[in-house]
Design a protein. Structure first.
Length: 317
């Protein structure tokens, strides 16, 4: 597909992106395995599929890992990782204090196996989602619109909104006010993180780097669930709805939690926007030519020799 036009590449990438979403619903399950391993193995299959999609679009080379790209990604995207680490530390310290006071915070009997399972699941959720959203979807949009600053910014915003919305797609169509509030807040929170990941991906061109950010952030947030057990009841459930009193209480609690999360992750959107405003142009994406991972210090100034994508007035004007 490397010979097709930029417009056709965008169409092809959108079609393959939709196919990836359909595959997420159709992938076979493995009920004989424990929950985390079942979900992880599904993501292994999905990761292989979307990597094949990227290769079909001409982006196989962009999937190659490099140390420079990973280092830069971790440096540029450290904020959500720091937030997840802080939240994990708060949860673990609360569990320790509760257990010391004679509370009911007992470790799950299968906590060690579950912790490994959570790591396995997070690893391939990160790979699957980053290749699908950042490479196939965002990369396809860059192939058409990445030559200009406005095109780059619009592509990042649109793909990030889609990234956030897909997290609550299971509740699409709901008219319950609490459910709608949860959906909007969760979309915003995930979209803010998605915008930073788009920026890091453009600056470093390292899908492994943004995937590692995604993996580590998810793992820090999910590790306490593995220790206590019962994670299978909440993993992937972002909207709580129902007509009874418990559903209302849980819905209100989630609205509060998501509102706090949105506030915590606003700096992700701000940082991502600033990085995108100074990212080197053109940004053709992984399907538009050479797109090798690179070192990026993240300075809020355009890289030497890069173009802003806007017309340059003649000297003397």
């Amino acid at each position: 597909m490397t010979h097709v036009t930029r417009g056709n590449k965008l169409v092809c990438s959108l079609a393959l992106f939709v196919a990836g979403l359909i595959a997420l619903e159709a992938v076979p399950s493995f009920p004989a395995l424990p929950f985390y391993y079942d979900q992880g193995l599904q993501r292994v299959l999905l990761s292989a599929l979307v990597c094949a999609f990227a290769a079909l679009l001409g982006g196989a080379r962009s999937l190659a890992p490099t140390g420079a790209g990973v280092r830069s990604s971790l440096r540029l995207g450290v904020y959500p990782l720091a937030v997840a680490g802080a939240l994990c530390a708060v949860e673990l310290s609360s569990l320790v204090e509760l257990a010391a006071a004679g509370g009911a915070a007992a470790l799950s009997a299968s906590w060690a196996s579950d912790l490994v399972g959570v790591a396995f699941l997070c690893a391939f959720v990160g790979v699957f989602e980053e290749v699908l959203f950042r490479v196939v979807l965002f990369g396809g949009m860059l192939s058409r619109h990445g030559a200009t600053r406005n095109g780059l910014l619009a592509s990042a915003v649109v793909s990030s909104v889609v990234f956030g919305a897909v997290h609550v797609s299971s509740a699409a169509g709901s008219t319950d006010p609490l459910a709608v509030a949860q959906m909007l807040l969760k979309t915003a929170q995930a979209g803010f993180i998605g915008l930073l990941l788009c920026a890091v991906y453009v600056r470093t061109r390292s899908v492994l780097g943004v995937a590692l950010l995604h993996v580590l952030t998810d793992f820090l947030l999910m590790a306490p669930l593995a220790l206590l057990g019962g994670g299978e009841q909440v993993v992937g459930s972002y909207v709580y709805q129902g007509g009874d009193a418990l559903a209302v209480v849980m819905g209100v609690a989630l609205v509060v939690v998501y509102a706090i999360a949105v506030a915590l992750y606003v700096p992700c959107a701000v940082r991502g926007w600033r990085l995108l405003e100074t990212a080197p142009l053109p940004a053709p994406g992984p399907f538009g030519g050479a797109w090798d991972a690179r070192e990026d210090a993240g300075d809020d100034v355009p890289a030497p020799g890069s173009s802003d994508g806007r017309p340059v007035p003649p000297e003397g004007l």
